[in-house]
Design a protein around this ligand. Structure first.
Ligand SMILES: [Zn+2]
Ligand SMILES: [Zn+2]
Length: 111
């Protein structure tokens, strides 16, 4: 629990949707305070995922050894077949995320 340094009221956690960071705000006065560590960690996770998608070649859709799914709808071209494989799991991330690549337009996303 955090308290306002100006009026000692309870601070409430809020999200800044533009910068995707957390901050604490007082309801009684205009005092605000950065939330610190936890949101920095969240930002790192987002960047790691984007990086993974960047290094995926679009020609993986021609790789016959990869699994295919007919139940993934591409939100760019609406095609329903995509190849998928497990994201290279680094020590930083414990989540087993799958990377999908649309076989029609090559759009990549994490599922
Ligand atoms: Zn206050
Ligand atoms: Zn597509």
């Amino acid at each position: 629990m955090r308290f306002c340094k100006e009026c000692n009221n309870i601070l409430h956690p809020k999200e800044n949707r533009t910068t995707r960071t957390l901050f604490y705000a007082c309801n009684r006065c205009a005092y605000r305070e950065e939330a610190g560590q936890s949101c920095v960690y969240e930002n790192n996770l987002v960047k790691t995922t984007e990086l993974k998608l960047d290094i995926v070649h679009e020609d993986v859709v021609n790789d016959p050894t990869l699994q295919r799914s007919k139940h993934q709808i591409c939100d760019r071209c609406n095609y329903s077949e995509a190849v998928f494989f497990q994201a290279d799991d680094s020590a930083k991330s414990s989540s087993l995320s799958l990377i999908f690549v649309c076989t029609h337009c090559g759009k990549k996303w994490v599922g």
